[in-house]
Design a protein around this ligand. Structure first.
Ligand code: G6P
Length: 615
């Protein structure tokens, strides 16, 4: 959602604040701002739009000061404008905030009744005004923050700077993440270790309901009025991990990192010598699991969809999947002995966290598949299966998704082995297919010019695009459509191949390309004999209406059906169970090059944010 940073430095902090905001911009980018203390007074610069606008502003109106806070925003309360940009300030305090203060209206009514005047439409201002009201009653900043924490409802992380106090910054969190960085005579506080990475690797992660006082020499953490200890940890992140390298976009870099990060993830989950999955130690026995419930949002939900096929086929386990925002409010009954798997790159998506909270109330065992082991979702769960994708900066998820799939496939194999539903032979076959996957992905990435041609000549010319897939290729079709629409703003829909005739066929004419995701085989070869028949019938239905077919298949599929398509690409051969991972890379390439042809902002598509910490 929003990104926040605070620094108590020895030298002017504005350049460091802006530098950190660049690393946080993936979280939101509709306005940005920084504030520092100049001779004890709060001074700030804010600008609507992306960070470059704030940088331009700072060039014409520089901001001195050795203590400061910064923010990059994804608007929730109050439209994106300079007036609503953070830091939100009174003459006493400046605040940067991520999340939502749910009772802001109640607080605002009280504070307005006290005679306070609000200047923005944000929920954040209720916090600034509340603290100001306490400070005016002669409370210390510490006492004011401690008391305010008792009044605030919702999920939030915030950092506050006080006029006249060059010596302290304060932070607080509930639900949203916040980390403290320890420097040499300097201290930092920010949304995550990523923001702090170039400054320091010594990080203290705050827990829910913590509030913290930073001084230049350290920090003190409190819960209520009690001082608590939080360990200092070493973050493995380095500044180099969060640059674009030689790539034009983070997305391109992250797509190209997939062979390496899949390899890294496999190292943890697979023993290449024995071709056996390493069964992670889990607080339950797969044999006693009555049902798996899987949940997530956006692309992470599509990982659940693919995994459903795997758990059902390989482990013969019943699996329910639902997007977290629906699941948490539907309040379905969940059986005793059930496992709830939450999939989340960031580990902080609020709907997913709340869905887990509901599952916990139903006595489910909670398993998190996440890229951020320190995240709220990881810490809330009974066990964590980490994806080792490294920091993902592009808003659209690529390498996090494919590593989620790797982790889930290994878990499904482990479950199949434990339950005796998967033979040793099949386990070895699948292990080998996964070991070969990085090489197959490399081959796919090396064919990027072929994808680029289809993107430029066919997809970028269209107003609507349809993606079709059957079986585990259906979620890949959904992911392909999602990627295309979020990156290029071309309307796209993913459909199960068999459903095309029940509606979407009405859209098809010579202006609507239809991308068919169709490895020539399906799970355990069941569709092998049906392939031609099933896919061919989709083909004929599209062709009869003048639609342009784009076939993504392997050499066998292209040989059979390629002649009927307007254009086709032979994706490298791969075991059909693993194919969804490889075909995902193919649809990523199509979306990336279509967006490139359209000239959109690939890493930061309009209106989107990477981590959605509000409902
Ligand atoms: C946002 C992002 C998506 C992501 C989804 C879930 O919508 O733009 O790329 O898939 O959130 O995020 P999570 O961090 O929970 O995987």
């Amino acid at each position: 959602m929003c990104g926040i940073i605070g620094i108590i430095g020895k030298a002017p902090v504005t350049p460091l604040l802006v530098d950190a905001l660049k690393r946080l911009e993936y979280r939101g980018y509709d306005s940005a701002g920084v504030a520092t203390l100049i001779n004890g007074h709060i001074d700030r610069r804010r600008a609507e739009g992306k960070l470059v606008n704030l940088e331009a502003r700072l060039k014409s109106e520089p901001l001195a000061g050795t203590i400061g806070i910064g923010h990059t925003r994804w608007a929730t309360h109050g439209k994106p404008s300079e007036r609503n940009a953070h830091p939100i300030a009174t003459d006493r305090v400046a605040i940067v905030h991520n999340g939502i203060i749910e009772n802001f209206q109640e607080l605002k009514d009280e504070l307005v009744a006290e005679g306070r005047r609000f200047e923005s439409d944000t929920d954040t201002e209720a916090v600034a005004q509340l603290l100001t009201s306490y400070l005016e009653r002669q409370m210390s900043p510490e006492a004011a923050m401690g008391k305010a924490m008792g009044r605030l409802r919702g999920a939030f992380a915030l950092v506050a700077m006080f006029s006249g106090r060059h010596d302290i910054l304060m932070g607080a969190r509930r639900g949203s993440s916040l980390a403290v960085g320890h420097g040499d005579g300097e201290m930092y506080v920010g949304t995550d270790a990523l923001a702090l990475a170039p400054f320091t690797s010594r990080v203290t992660y705050l827990e829910d309901d913590d509030w913290v006082v930073l001084s230049s020499s350290g920090c003190a953490v409190y819960q209520g009025t009690t001082k608590v200890e939080r360990p200092e940890k070493r973050s493995g992140l380095s500044g180099a991990m969060i640059g674009k390298g030689n790539h034009q976009h983070f997305m391109l870099k992250e797509m190209h990192e997939q062979p390496a990060v899949i390899g890294d993830t496999l190292q943890s989950y697979l023993d290449p010598a024995t071709r056996a999955v390493r069964t992670p130690s889990l607080p339950f026995d797969w044999n006693t699991v009555s049902r798996i419930t899987m949940t997530g949002c956006g692309t992470a939900f599509y990982a659940c969809m693919v995994a459903k096929y795997w758990f059902e086929k390989l482990a013969r386990l019943p699996v329910e999947i639902e997007v977290a925002s629906e699941f948490r409010y539907r309040e379905p009954p969940l059986p005793e002995g059930g496992v709830c798997i939450a999939v989340s790159q960031s580990g902080e998506t609020i709907d997913t966290l709340e869905a887990l909270r509901y599952a916990k109330s139903q006595k489910q065992i909670l398993l998190a598949v996440t890229n951020v082991p320190e995240s709220a979702i990881a810490r809330f769960s009974h066990a964590v299966l980490p994806t080792l994708a490294g920091p993902e900066i592009c808003v659209a998820s690529t390498k996090a998704f494919t590593t989620q799939l790797i982790v889930l496939l290994n878990a499904a194999i482990a479950a199949g082995r434990a339950r005796g539903t998967l033979s040793r032979e099949d386990e070895e076959r699948l292990a080998l297919a996964m070991i070969e996957l990085p090489a197959r992905i490399n081959e796919t990435l090396n064919m990027e010019d072929d994808y680029r041609r289809i993107a430029e000549n066919t997809l970028a010319q269209a107003r609507d695009v349809l993606y079709l897939g059957r079986g585990a290729s259906f979620p890949v079709a959904l992911e392909g459509a999602l990627k295309l629409k979020e990156l290029s703003y071309i309307h796209a829909e993913g459909y199960a191949g068999g459903e095309m005739k029940h509606g979407p066929i009405a859209l098809i004419d010579d202006a609507v390309p239809v991308v068919v995701v169709a490895p020539s085989d399906s799970i355990f070869g069941k569709i092998a004999s049906n392939f031609e028949h099933k896919i061919a019938s989709n083909f004929e239905q599209v062709r009869a209406r003048g639609g342009k077919l784009v076939l993504l298949s392997d050499a066998r599929g292209v040989a059979k059906l390629g002649a009927k398509a307007e254009t086709s690409i032979a994706v490298p051969d791969i075991d059909p169970v693993v194919a969804p991972i490889l075909y995902t890379v193919a649809v990523q390439l199509l979306a990336y090059y279509t967006a490139l042809a359209k000239g959109t902002d690939i890493d930061q598509p309009r209106n989107l944010a990477k981590s959605v910490t509000v409902e």
